[in-house]
Design a protein around this ligand. Structure first.
Ligand SMILES: Cc1ncc(COP(=O)(O)O)c(C=O)c1O
Length: 387
């Protein structure tokens, strides 16, 4: 009798059940070779030539990601930025693309400098409003719509299915930065997206010990072929050890993401009505603007990321926020997200000029520590900052 397809938890816990047939090893070896033997008749029957283009160390992690996202193919990259920029670089100069005003700042900076300099026509819009997407899309000219949901650092929620319908009607692809929800909570390809991007540096790996990126496609089309070629030619290729670590990290993805979601929800609820907090931004709060859409496209939690706007102290909101971050003892004052340890940062200081982050905003990445420790530490830091 055929077995039912495994649940996603099983897929990641066993990395698709792969074992090394030669040694019977349960975890894969790390292939470090940069080159592959050519057959005597001048062919490359193994299909592998040179490790800038391809690497057996990628196979298992790419297969797991493909299964989790329900995609056709996946590609690992040297970083989330290498993955994201490949999607844009596979377009042609003159192509029109839409991206959100609120999105991961470094990609926004790259789009508004290098990508526009190279000839892409990049338009930043309020992506979470379908009417704004409809008004901005140029049928036949818009080749790509890029969304991030929930989006850094305000956690703005965009309706993936609605945006996919608008993009497709105009002949554009829809790509989704799904770093924050991960396939545990949202699978954009099943909602109509064409490409999913991950900063695998974050939750997929989950231990703050590597930098990696990934793309998963719904179809192996012309654009995807160009993306694959770009990885091989530009060389934004992940190292073998990093690919191995990523596969190991993904084995616990579901446990980590669910723990982070539960803590983020508790932290958000605790501080939502707090006298020293002006506002909590979190898609899991019923009063949050994107809560309804988040509920419809995020299953099992609203993510491990939230932001708090610190109430103004004697010297204003910005000073109070920076002082709060200075007084934490357990949360780590660091950029990034998605690790086992909880992180806190004053986002406007990181993003600099042009940031949509209010000056009083602290971005929080909930880890997997005991939530009471996290709440207690933030409480004491807020009190000391306002003393
Ligand atoms: C949502 C999001 N997308 C993309 C990136 C870029 O990933 P990387 O730092 O691996 O290049 C980040 C990094 O912080 C991110 O948070």
């Amino acid at each position: 009798m055929d077995r039912k397809p495994a649940h996603p938890e099983t897929v990641s816990a066993q990395a698709l059940g792969w074992i090394d047939e030669r040694t019977r090893a349960i975890t894969p070896p790390i292939h470090l070779s940069s080159t592959y033997l050519r057959d005597p008749d001048n062919q490359y029957r193994s299909g592998r030539v040179y490790a800038r283009a391809d690497n057996p160390a990628f196979d298992q992690a790419e297969a797991v990601l493909c299964a989790l996202e329900e995609g056709a193919q996946a590609l690992l990259f040297a970083s989330g930025m290498a993955a994201a920029t490949a999607v844009f670089q596979a377009l042609a100069p003159g192509d029109h693309v839409l991206a959100p005003r609120v999105m991961y700042w470094s990609l926004r900076n790259w789009l508004m400098s290098f990508a526009t300099g190279w000839g892409l026509q990049v338009e930043l819009i309020d992506m979470h409003e379908p009417a704004a997407v409809q008004a901005a899309v140029r049928p036949g000219r818009t080749k790509l719509v890029w969304i991030e949901t929930p989006a850094n650092p305000l956690w703005t929620v965009t309706d993936i299915a609605a945006t996919a319908a608008i993009a497709h009607a105009a002949g554009a692809l829809l790509a989704v930065d799904s770093t924050v929800p991960t396939p545990v909570l949202t699978r954009p390809l099943t909602l109509g997206a064409d490409i999913v991007m991950h900063a695998a540096t974050k939750y997929l790996n989950g231990h703050s010990d590597l930098v990696a990126g990934a793309l998963v496609t719904r179809e192996d089309g012309e654009h995807w072929q160009r993306v694959r070629k770009l990885r091989a030619q530009l060389g934004g290729t992940l190292g073998s050890f990093e690919a191995w670590l990523l596969l190991r990290g993904m084995r616990t993805l579901h446990l980590r993401v669910r723990a982070a979601c539960a803590s983020a929800q508790r932290v958000a609820e605790h501080f939502a009505q707090h006298e020293l907090v002006a506002e909590v931004l979190y898609p899991g709060l019923p009063g949050f603007a994107g809560h309804g859409v988040a509920k419809s496209q995020m299953a099992g939690g609203f993510g491990g990321m939230l932001s708090i706007r610190v109430a103004a102290g004697r010297d204003g909101g910005e000073a109070a926020a920076i002082a709060t971050a200075a007084h934490v003892q357990l949360w780590k004052r660091a950029t990034s997200l998605g690790g086992t340890e909880s992180l806190i940062e004053h986002r406007a200081s990181v993003e600099g000029a042009g940031t949509p982050a209010p000056a009083d905003l602290l971005r929080l990445s909930a880890g997997i520590e005991h939530v009471d420790d996290l709440i207690g530490d933030l409480e004491q830091a807020l009190r000391r900052a306002h003393a």
